[in-house]
Design a protein around this ligand. Structure first.
Ligand code: F6P
Length: 331
């Protein structure tokens, strides 16, 4: 036992759950290699909680995580599990872990995954540590979640291309990005692409104001315009917004692009590779220090433990400074 290792943990399993996000593979690699570094055995659980319930658990060696740091998605597959919401299936999952002699778990996922992890860590005697993996960046207690930076760069790449057509045709585009409950992707990618307006779930969408802006600015001083819309915006999304604008200004003839899952794929950025690596190492160290029920959060430059209950509080706010910049920059 090293000074890092204050427990009797021998077998550490890692899994991914919920929406895949670029950087998850970097985190899996780091968890496996850190466990092996400390003389532990590493295991992978496939298909998230579904695989935990069904016993899809395999040992992982160092070479199993070779050549994955550069890949999006997750080599462990993922799922959104309804069964894990039921106590009987959680017990079955626990029994599967016991049957495979798993003493500790690392769960990489978003708020739904951590709600499950929180309940499980209180019900059973297996310590659980989380790594925030979601492109939405909507977890409290961490400045960044894995995959958010890559998703932002994917959106920027796509919107830059759309701008070529917007500019060539003097067109108005509504571009919808992911974020059912959160506008982090829309806000930052909107600033980075010079969007004319950014519609996010956190701020009530004032249609009249948007209409007035497009009427005065797009019609009179600009030749093209891009409105970035988060999918969870209360205006109803990009299609609904474009429809209303088309009705009010038939000559605008706006186009709509829904970026969808293209945002979630592709090689992780340097930022997400490093973040996944840092969090993977920290997660195993946290387990060996005896921690449980916590997510590895990135706060300023440090990786810190954050209780699952705090991670899921939904109090993380969009930056007021960035929000207030939109009207200044879109003149
Ligand atoms: O939580 C990540 C996310 O990509 C959200 O932005 C989006 O609303 C949702 O997942 C889409 O989920 P699915 O891939 O299951 O359709």
């Amino acid at each position: 036992m090293t000074s890092e290792d204050k427990t009797a943990i021998q077998n550490i399993a890692v899994m991914t759950s919920g929406g895949d996000s670029p950087g998850m593979n970097a985190a899996i690699r780091a968890v496996v290699r850190t466990a092996l570094y400390f003389g532990k055995k590493a295991f992978g659980i496939y298909h998230g909680y579904e695989g935990m319930i069904d016993g899809e658990i395999s040992p992982m060696q160092s070479h199993d995580v070779s050549d994955i740091i550069n890949r999006g998605g997750t080599i462990l597959k993922t799922a959104r599990s309804k069964r894990f919401l039921e106590a009987a299936y959680r017990k079955q999952a626990y029994e599967q872990l016991k049957a495979h002699h798993i003493d500790a778990l690392v769960i990489i996922g978003g708020n739904g995954s951590f709600r499950g992890a929180d309940v499980f860590s209180h019900e059973f005697d297996i310590p659980v540590v989380g790594i925030p993996g979601t492109i939405d960046n909507d977890l409290d207690g961490t400045d960044y979640t894995l995959g958010y930076d890559t998703a932002l760069n994917n959106v920027i790449d796509a919107v830059d291309k759309i701008r070529d057509t917007a500019s060539a045709f003097d067109r108005l585009f509504f571009v919808e990005v992911m974020g059912r409950d959160a506008g982090f992707i829309a806000l930052r990618s909107g600033i980075a692409t010079g969007a004319d307006a950014i519609l996010v779930p956190e701020v009530h969408t004032n249609y009249e104001q948007l209409k007035e802006y497009l009427h005065t600015t797009y019609r009179h001083t600009k030749s093209s315009a891009i409105v970035l819309v988060a999918e969870g915006d209360d205006g109803g999304g990009a299609v609904a917004m474009a429809k209303r604008i088309r009705e009010d200004f038939p000559d605008f003839n706006p186009r709509v692009t829904i970026l969808g899952h293209i945002q979630r794929g592709g090689a992780p950025t340097a930022f997400d590779r490093i973040l996944g690596s840092e969090m993977g190492v920290a997660a195993v160290k946290a387990l060996l220090q005896g921690q449980s029920g916590v997510m590895m959060g990135k706060q300023c430059r440090e990786i810190v433990p954050v209780a699952f209950s705090i991670a899921d509080k939904h109090t993380k706010r969009l930056s007021q400074a960035l929000l207030s910049m939109i009207d200044v920059l879109n003149g």
